[in-house]
Design a protein around this ligand. Structure first.
Ligand code: GLN
Length: 312
């Protein structure tokens, strides 16, 4: 589907890996002590096609916390739990142009702008159905398991670190509670959010998750459905307009693919019906996006003509 032989795809990725290794810019996220411990030299690129072919180079098996990339998948679960109209009444779908951690709600509706920034993600997490914190966490973890195709765990050290330093997220959550936009106990909602950010994945896992979205919600490695097909459109639309925070517009212009980044240094991008892309490289630019990750995705999009509005 990439119009190349598998060997040609693999050698392109290896060349790209070598050239992007030279990029030394960016800074590892350190606002959460546990994140600051990551080795900045780790670097992996993985492509998984919608029919399950895998191409990988570098540190694609190294485990790290998923961080904001979780927001896409939790949005999918909230949609399954409540439907489109209800979720839209609680969380908007407008890009903010502000940083991912901005404490801001829409003036008129009191909704957070979109599910891809922290305020919106906390609201989305508060929509996950379940009888009590344990059941909600289990439903969330099982959802991630369907996307990766194997067991996953929460990194307790990161979760505790997030919770101990999460006052900014707490401020957003309390603001939403003030406007009666969150149903259950706010600390429980935050706890689930901190846990979802601390789910451990590899670059290869992320590529399989992205490929599952490319494959209309069915994991191409296991054949299991991870999310209702009808909601993939919702998830990809919001990724396209909001997934790269306040770089979303330039990303759409240059790369032209729905994508999501996280402060772990991961980025996923989806080519509908074709391909999932994942890159892992911890040093971030000023907006919280992986420096090498942005460059790698741009190069892959160019090389294979993947921009959604390329004419070919
Ligand atoms: N755990 C992070 C936070 O809410 C997630 C942020 C991110 O990846 N952009 O602070």
């Amino acid at each position: 589907s990439l119009c190349r032989t598998p060997d040609a795809v693999q050698s392109f990725l290896e060349g790209l890996y070598q050239s992007c290794r030279e990029l030394r810019g960016g800074k590892v996220a350190d606002y959460i002590p546990e994140l600051a411990k990551v080795d900045p030299n780790l670097f992996g690129i993985c492509l998984v096609t919608a029919d399950g072919q895998v191409f990988e180079v570098g540190d694609t098996a190294h485990l790290f916390t998923i961080q904001s990339i979780s927001k896409v998948f939790v949005q999918g679960l909230a949609l399954e739990d409540h439907g489109r109209d209800y979720v839209l009444a609680r969380v908007g779908v407008e890009p903010t142009g502000d940083a991912f951690n901005a404490i801001i709600l829409d003036e008129a509706s009191k909704r957070p702008y979109n599910p891809m920034v922290n305020a919106g993600a906390i609201a989305t997490t508060s929509l996950i159905a379940g009888d009590g914190p344990t059941e909600r966490l289990n439903r969330l973890l099982n959802m991630f398991r369907r996307y990766v195709g194997h067991d996953i765990v929460v990194d307790v050290a990161t979760y505790v670190s997030e919770r101990a330093t999460g006052d900014r997220n707490r401020a957003m959550a309390y603001l939403m509670r003030h406007f009666k936009m969150v149903d259950w106990d706010i600390e429980e909602a935050l706890d689930l959010y901190f846990q979802q950010c601390s789910v451990m994945v590899s670059c290869r896992d992320l590529a399989v998750m992205a490929a599952t979205l490319a494959n209309q919600g069915v994991n191409p490695m296991t054949g299991d459905r991870a999310v209702e097909a009808g909601y993939v459109r919702d998830m990809l639309s919001v990724m396209y307009t909001c997934g790269m925070y306040n770089f979303a517009g330039e990303w759409a212009y240059r790369v032209g693919l729905p994508a999501k980044s996280g402060v772990c240094g991961g980025i996923i991008a989806v080519v509908p019906d074709q391909l999932g892309i994942a890159v892992f490289s911890p040093p971030l630019d000023g907006r919280g996006n992986s420096v090498r990750g942005v460059r790698v995705c741009e190069a892959i999009s160019q090389e294979f003509g993947l921009h959604l509005f390329d004419s070919s």
